[in-house]
Design a binder for this molecule. Structure first.
Ligand SMILES: C[S@@+](CC[C@H](N)C(=O)[O-])C[C@H]1O[C@@H](n2cnc3c(N)ncnc32)[C@H](O)[C@@H]1O
Ligand code: SF4
Length: 308
């Protein structure tokens, strides 16, 4: 299975070099509703600024989108929110969306969750849980009691795929990188951690270039020490560079937002946010597009293949 999928990716890559510029990864924003109000997340203020906007997709809309993207070459599907685990359309929930994506043929299907809703879906290949620091720091970013709920979710989880932590580095948690990596290393449920910087808004939480450099050096040392850091070595180095407008391989990933907007590339393209991009995935896409073997090999086990 893994060999077949590796060959499928190789075919996509060769076709992309021959001119077929179709997305490999689709990120599907299923709904903006959320039970938390994290300091670094602008979704709630965006909703308040746009009253009456469509804030969720229906099951049929999402499945139609997955089918169309698959037929043009996509093989990796990620569900995003809001809080993904509370999305519902009639009797359909996130588990049904994951089933649909697997049935269509996506190799790697995943979702991100805050891990606090008492709902977790184990039919995906991968689960990303947000972890923004040790208990006091995570709760400062995400709200009182959130850390303990996340850890309880992880402790009770029976899942045969990979679970990884996603940390958003921002003013307020930059001093806690090592501690957070230690929490991940000592938790048998977690396969590793991906570090991203905040992509503003909010601008007041954006670290300075010097703070970013220091954080990256620390993460690189942790990776050298053997901590399970899932950013590729080269991707990590590129996190220091903020403006990706001209280098972002926009064709490679596609987004559909909860309001139904479909966009190749990134929803922030051409905005001030884009000039402060902190997403590790953008660097990894850039490296994959260039055929960087070390990054492809580092990404494949967690982010690209099916769990079985
Ligand atoms: C929008 S959330 C949706 C999933 C879920 N509600 C959660 O928090 O994990 C997906 C990821 O985006 C991150 N995120 C939110 N605001 C961000 C920002 N301004 N810059 C970078 N990442 C951000 C979250 O921390 C989370 O890891
Ligand atoms: S839990 Fe996720 S979607 Fe909800 S406020 Fe926090 S980052 Fe935003």
């Amino acid at each position: 299975m893994a060999v077949k999928q590796f060959m499928g990716y190789a075919k996509w890559w060769i076709l992309s070099k021959c001119g077929r510029k179709s997305p490999l990864v689709i990120t599907v924003g299923i709904g903006y509703a959320c039970n938390l109000r994290c300091r670094h997340c602008h979704i709630d203020s965006m909703l308040k600024a746009n009253p009456g906007m469509k804030a969720a997709q229906t099951y049929d809309e999402i499945v139609a989108d997955l089918e169309e993207r698959y037929s043009s070459g996509a093989r990796i599907a990620y569900f995003e929110g809001g809080e993904t685990t509370i999305w519902k359309d009639g009797d359909k929930d996130l588990g049904d969306l994951i089933d649909a994506a697997k049935r269509i043929g996506y190799y790697n299907v995943g979702y991100t969750t805050n891990g606090t809703t008492g709902r977790i879906f184990t039919n995906s290949d991968v689960i990303s849980v947000s972890l923004d620091g040790p208990k006091e720091v995570h709760d400062y970013v995400r709200g009182e009691g959130v850390y303990d709920k996340l850890m309880a979710t992880l402790n009770g989880l029976e899942f045969s795929g990979s679970v990884y932590a996603n940390m958003v580095l921002q003013k307020g948690n930059l001093e806690h990188i090592r501690e957070t990596a230690e929490i991940v290393r000592s938790n048998p449920r977690l396969a590793g951690i991906v570090f991203n910087f905040i992509t503003p808004p909010p601008y007041e939480l954006l670290p300075s270039p010097e703070e970013k450099r220091k954080a990256i050096d620390e993460i690189a040392s942790l990776k050298n020490e053997g901590f399970p850091i899932l950013n590729s070595k080269k991707g990590l180095e590129l996190l220091a560079e903020e403006d990706w407008e001209s280098r972002c391989p926009k064709y490679l990933s596609a987004f559909t937002l909860p309001d139904g907007t479909r966009k190749n590339g990134c929803p922030s393209e051409g905005t001030e946010s884009c000039r402060h991009c902190g997403y590790d995935a953008v660097r990894e896409y850039y490296l994959v597009d260039r055929g960087t073997p070390s990054t492809i090999l580092e990404m494949f086990p967690v982010f690209a293949r099916s769990k079985d």
